[in-house]
Design a protein around this ligand. Structure first.
Ligand code: F6R
Length: 360
């Protein structure tokens, strides 16, 4: 069942090229370089979008926010389902709610769905499990088609969520005419190339993750930093590491460092940074210099040719725009995986966790 892999988590990480390809199948119109998302056909573009989810799915939503805002100019809020449901929220009928849930059974996410439906607001479910409660009760369902995810720690499901969020943002950007044609074409082309690119690079990424995990497996704490669309990935990298290796990890917006967390930095508190080639690179670089000034060691996911001096640069392939996430995500997953495996933890069944959280 594990297809020769030691753990389901590893198998699922290596399934990601196939997952992206499956999510794209039938959803790209090759001749016109457009996205065809049947699931949203005929639905008006929401005036505002509220994204609700938990855990890894929440991180996917935070990443998607940047795309909806940039390409479709839709104001977006992203919130943890267990918080949203107890607020006295203000929603309009021309808003829409997007619930992201791999299992489709997460109690707080389902409760949000029922709450917003009772307020007359349309709900889109982004789910992996076909026929799950959230899929059944949503007005529209977009399936992520990642196949069953067995490992408790979510990996390929997030990859599929990022793919579908990209397609949704392209779809609404097309509908509204707010997305530049050149960007749409470049994005679709980059999406098409992703499966092969991932396939080519995953084995080397695993090797690098293994090497770094040996150096840092005795760390008591880790800081994950990123900015802009890499900030949600920093949160996800920290979540993956803590949930399977039990090493304390905090994900933080790099620009927030000087507002408190920098007090923690010392030679025994390593930082894992996302420093990809994007508009915020100079800002991230200067945040990392502040870490170095306090003798903090740094692993940084970055791209070839970037002017960055850190202990452990981890070069990953450059991908167009925000799609760099598709390369950074497996690196983060593999780092957590290799660390947990090296420490002898039960990777697929971490203590105290269940695959689907059906109690609040
Ligand atoms: C982390 C993880 C959890 C889930 C969360 C939401 O690796 O798996 O944080 O992402 O419990 O689950 P779904 O997406 O099923 O609603």
């Amino acid at each position: 069942q594990k297809g020769g892999y030691k753990h389901f988590m590893l198998k699922e990480i290596f399934e990601q090229p196939r997952v992206v390809a499956d999510c794209l199948a039938g959803r790209l119109d090759a001749t016109h370089q457009r996205v065809c998302l049947e699931e949203l056909a005929g639905m008006p573009v929401p005036k505002r979008l509220h994204v609700l989810a938990c855990g890894t799915s929440y991180h996917a939503g935070l990443w998607g926010m940047h795309l909806f805002e940039d390409w479709a100019r839709i104001p977006v809020s992203v919130e943890i389902a267990s918080e949203f449901r107890y607020r006295n929220v203000l929603l309009d009928e021309d808003d829409a709610v997007l619930i992201i849930s791999q299992s489709g059974e997460t109690a707080d996410s389902l409760a949000c769905l029922q709450l917003v439906k009772s307020m007359g607001v349309p709900v889109i479910g982004l789910c992996n499990v076909v026929g799950s409660s959230i899929a059944r009760e949503s007005d529209r369902v977009v399936y992520t088609q990642a196949g069953p995810e067995i490992s408790v720690a979510s990996t390929k499901a997030m990859c599929s969520q990022l793919t579908l969020l990209t397609l949704m943002a392209l779809h609404w950007g097309q509908e509204k005419g707010t997305l530049r044609e050149a960007d749409r074409i470049a994005c679709i082309e980059a999406l098409r190339q992703l499966p092969a690119l991932l396939d080519d690079h995953l084995p080397a990424m695993r090797e690098k993750a293994r090497e770094l995990s040996r150096l840092y497996a005795d760390a008591r704490s880790f800081l994950f930093l990123g900015r802009g669309h890499c900030c949600p990935l920093a949160l996800e990298g920290a979540l993956k590491l803590k949930e399977i290796s039990y090493i304390h990890a905090e994900g933080y917006a790099a620009g927030e460092m000087k507002h408190g967390p920098i007090a923690l930095i010392d030679p025994h508190f390593p930082t894992f940074a996302l420093a990809l080639d994007d508009a915020l690179f100079p800002k991230v670089k200067s945040n990392l210099q502040e870490v170095q000034a306090r003798n903090g060691e740094i692993i940084a996911l970055t791209n070839e040719g970037m002017d960055l001096q850190v202990e452990h640069p981890w070069i990953i392939p450059r991908v167009w725009g925000p799609l760099g996430a598709f390369m950074a995500l497996p690196a983060l997953q593999l780092f957590a995986y290799e660390t947990a495996d090296y420490l002898g933890k039960d990777v697929d069944q971490p203590r105290n966790l269940a695959k689907s959280v059906t109690v609040e």
